[in-house]
Design a binder for this molecule. Structure first.
Ligand code: ZN
Ligand code: ZN
Length: 413
């Protein structure tokens, strides 16, 4: 009897060891899985693909280990770490596969600060799945005022105040050549347009958060515009249709990110990358040929859109070669089976370094040792996470009185 118990225990121990070995092997295999090429057959995120569009998901020697996919809420940032999440990778024609322009940057400082860079339509649907406190959605940096970069601003200012934010939103953005073309004017009119929503929040606990404060940055020269809690952000002018478009560089604890917004290839971007940059997120449109076919427009018009207002894959490859970022990112590119292959190939004709094509929820973890690229898997039905808030006082106004005519109209049976 004693013998058979011993044998049983030995068998169980052996089985446990085998199972542990197999699962460790699986984890290892999954962590090492990566695309070896990017072409028309590559599985994309909106089809359930979990691999980022890069053949080099690990650059350098990252300071920590990461799971193969990013599951929000499971990986607190290290103090010296930056996490960049693409909230919107698409273009003005917003679709289920891609939200419009937006990038989120989180830093590992004590305050756990995070920053929105642009906020196109659909960006906040992706943000909500990241389990980050809605209470702290207080800092936005707009590159320019095209609708595909600001479409979710009303949702941020008014709806997220209803969801828990108590502080107003600071909105940094370019000045215009005339007052009416600047960010201050945009915010002033946005608030005027939402007068009904603001008024309806009288007495609502979120009333104090349903406000925006504009801070304009120069449209024609670089400027240092933000310096708090170990994070500095500077702006630089870019070339996009007319004055009033800028890019940004964020520096934190020896790591850095440059985000161009919409631009033609520009020296100002290269200047902003000087001294080294970990992540360069540069706008990229499909080549005129591909764009004409996809957008059903004549070749000449496509040529104008792509080369006179944006950056083609060939041109972005040239910028990447000069900028020498640790990881370069093609962003604002419509991602489907007809665009990805040619865009990647054309970029590769100019540049051989580590490059990623951004999709919605592509995530970059930056430490001094290296950069890691993954896709995030989010909860599509997430409710807002409420964090700490500074403003704890009573609502600013009394609740509204019901209109007199409601008494006769209300169905109360
Ligand atoms: Zn634009
Ligand atoms: Zn755009």
């Amino acid at each position: 009897m004693k013998n058979s118990i011993c044998i049983l225990i030995a068998v169980l121990v052996f089985l446990c060891m085998v199972t542990a070995d197999v699962s460790a092997g699986k984890t290892k295999a999954a962590a090492e899985k990566k695309l070896t090429q990017i072409d028309e057959s590559t599985k994309l995120a909106y089809e359930g693909g979990t691999l980022p569009l890069t053949t080099t998901p690990v650059v350098g020697k990252p300071d920590r280990k990461y799971n193969p996919v990013f599951k929000p809420g499971t990986e607190p940032l290290d103090p010296d770490e930056i996490r960049v999440t693409i909230l919107g990778s698409g273009d003005p024609f917003v679709k289920r596969s891609q939200s419009s322009a937006s990038v989120l940057i989180e830093v590992g400082n004590k305050e756990r600060d995070f920053f929105f860079f642009d906020l196109g339509s659909g960006a906040l649907a992706n943000f909500n799945g990241l389990k980050i406190p809605v209470t702290s959605t207080t800092k936005v940096f707009l590159t320019h005022l095209h609708a595909d970069h600001v479409g979710d601003m009303p949702t941020l200012v008014w709806s997220l105040a209803k969801s828990g934010r108590r502080d107003p939103v600071e909105v940094f953005g370019p000045a215009g050549e005339t007052q009416k073309l600047g960010t201050s004017s945009y915010i002033q009119h946005l608030q005027a347009a939402h007068a009904w929503d603001t008024e309806s929040m009288s007495g609502h606990p979120g009333q104090s958060g349903a406000r925006a404060i504009a801070i304009e940055v120069p449209y024609d020269k670089p400027a240092k515009i933000y310096d708090r809690n170990g994070v500095t952000i500077s702006s630089f002018p870019v070339i996009h249709i007319m004055s009033g478009a800028v890019g940004y560089r964020l520096d934190y604890n020896g790591s850095s990110v440059v985000f161009t917004g919409d631009t033609r290839p520009s020296k100002t971007t290269l200047e902003a990358c000087k001294g080294g940059v970990d992540l360069l997120i540069h706008e990229t449109f499909p080549s005129p040929k591909v764009f004409a076919k996809k957008a059903s427009i004549p070749d000449e018009q496509a040529e104008l859109v792509v080369n006179d207002t944006h950056t083609s894959p060939i041109a972005v490859g040239k910028v990447f070669r000069k900028a020498e970022a640790r990881m370069s990112v093609m962003w604002h590119l419509v991602v489907d089976h007809e665009t990805v292959g040619p865009a990647y190939k054309e970029m590769r004709s100019q540049y051989n370094g580590p490059t990623t094509i951004a999709q919605d929820l592509t995530v970059f973890n930056i430490t001094r040792g290296g950069v890691v690229v993954r896709q995030a898997i989010i909860d599509p039905v997430a409710w807002p996470v409420i964090g700490k808030s500074n403003i704890t006082g009573p609502p600013l106004a009394k609740p509204l009185n019901p209109p007199g005519w409601w008494a006769g109209a209300l169905f109360t049976e």
